[in-house]
Design a protein around this ligand. Structure first.
Ligand code: UTP
Length: 288
């Protein structure tokens, strides 16, 4: 099986849940302490063996391109001031992978955003990770777990998590045959079902390993929930033709593009942080 080296990272959403911040700044740049969310995602990809990263962007997403570029003035200043560690870190951010950018000219949904990666992907299997969705797992990155499962199963694998049934209407829900503790053979999936109609509490969440076959299915997918081309509908079509697995990855997931998810990520990453963790924990105890 060919090693997976390519990732498509859609970052062209409007981020309406995080307005007014997202009026001028991409939600993917929301900082978790001092690290932009999108940097955490890129590091997960690189730690999982990804070398080529295509961002699906739009006209408002320049800060993301700047973040993964060299920054000569800043680097010169850090060098001149002997701040070697910071200099190295700033360079590493730009050097850790090859970055590519393609615009999604209209915000027609996640499926449509992924379709913009068709030429970049060519004949290779590839991964998709959403630009506002982080998973904490210091032992094995979530997308690395899915890639490993893909090599074993030799079939497309989508990342899943069980969610409270009262929240399943926010996600894609799957109907599937469970084949082991964490793996499901998907028969059917539906985006944002009503709680009554949801086939299960297993949701498709933010991480995917696809073969290029998925593009044929996206091209056939009609606009669904919210008038958008939903990747869940394309996955449903793939499940019915070639088959697709769901895999419950290990790690704590945060939806940084939602206010509560951002706050949870901020507090929990801060508590784990070497520099500020202890003091922050004491501060939280004081204000309780
Ligand atoms: P979301 O629904 O989380 O992003 O899409 P959004 O539309 O920006 O969020 P809200 O609901 O308005 O706050 C999931 C992912 O798909 C990307 C988003 O950038 C995000 O990473 N996306 C979504 C696109 O790239 N293009 C689209 O047309 C839609």
């Amino acid at each position: 099986m060919k090693k997976i080296k390519k990732a498509v990272v859609p970052v062209a959403g409007m981020g309406t849940r995080f307005l007014p911040f997202t009026k001028a700044v991409p939600k993917e740049m929301l900082p978790i302490i001092a690290t932009p969310t999108i940097q955490i995602i890129v590091e997960e990809l690189v730690d999982s063996g990804i070398e080529e990263i295509l961002f699906i962007t739009n006209r408002y997403k320049h800060p993301i391109e700047d973040h993964f570029d060299y920054s000569f003035e800043l680097e010169a200043k850090l060098e001149a001031n002997g701040k070697d560690d910071q200099y190295e870190e700033i360079r590493r951010i730009a050097d850790q992978a090859n970055f590519y950018y393609k615009r999604q000219k209209e915000t027609k949904g996640l499926g449509h955003a992924i379709l913009q990666g068709k030429e970049f992907v060519g004949d290779d299997p590839f991964v998709v990770v959403l630009g506002d969705d982080i998973v904490y797992n210091p032992d094995q990155p979530a997308i690395g777990q899915l890639i490993e499962r893909f090599y074993e199963l030799e079939k497309d694998v989508v990342g899943c998590k069980k969610v409270p049934m009262t929240e399943i209407n926010k996600y894609g829900s799957i109907e599937a045959d469970q084949i082991d503790d964490r793996t499901y053979d998907i028969k059917y999936c539906i985006e944002k079902p009503s709680i009554e109609d949801a086939p299960s509490d297993v949701a498709i969440l933010g991480r995917y390993v696809f073969t290029p076959k998925i593009f044929d299915h996206i091209e056939k997918t009609k606009p669904g929930v919210g008038g958008e081309i939903q990747i869940t509908d394309s996955i449903d079509s793939l499940a019915k033709s070639d088959g697709v697995y769901g895999y419950i990855y290990e790690g704590k997931r945060y939806d940084v593009g939602s206010k509560l998810g951002f706050l949870e990520a901020t507090v929990e990453y801060a508590l784990r942080d070497e520099e500020v963790g202890k003091e922050f924990a004491e501060y939280l105890k004081k204000i309780k």
